[in-house]
Design a protein around this ligand. Sequence first.
Ligand code: SF4
Length: 98
Amino acid sequence: MTYPRVGDRRCAGQDGRRSHRVENGAEEDVVRVEVNPNMCEGHGQCNAVAPQVYDLDEEGYCVIRNPEVPPDLESEAEAGALACPVQAITVTRGAGLT
Ligand code: SF4
């Protein structure tokens, strides 16, 4: 008969494993949008397609008020990024993909 060693994943308590999964799931749900201000030319297409995600300043350049997009706006975030004619917008998912 073999016993799990201290530090082996099989030794972790159920509560520890459960909280780890929840934490990873929450991180995977995070979608972030970022605009490169050096590339943005103020076409406004992002705002026209997804005004809930992309705002414009008084000169028509993209302003992102909340870089962390809720899951229900993920498709809008991606559509706005695709609409940008100069690919100034980056959409990433997960905490480690910034
Ligand atoms: S569509 Fe692209 S270039 Fe136009 S405002 Fe949005 S980010 Fe800037």
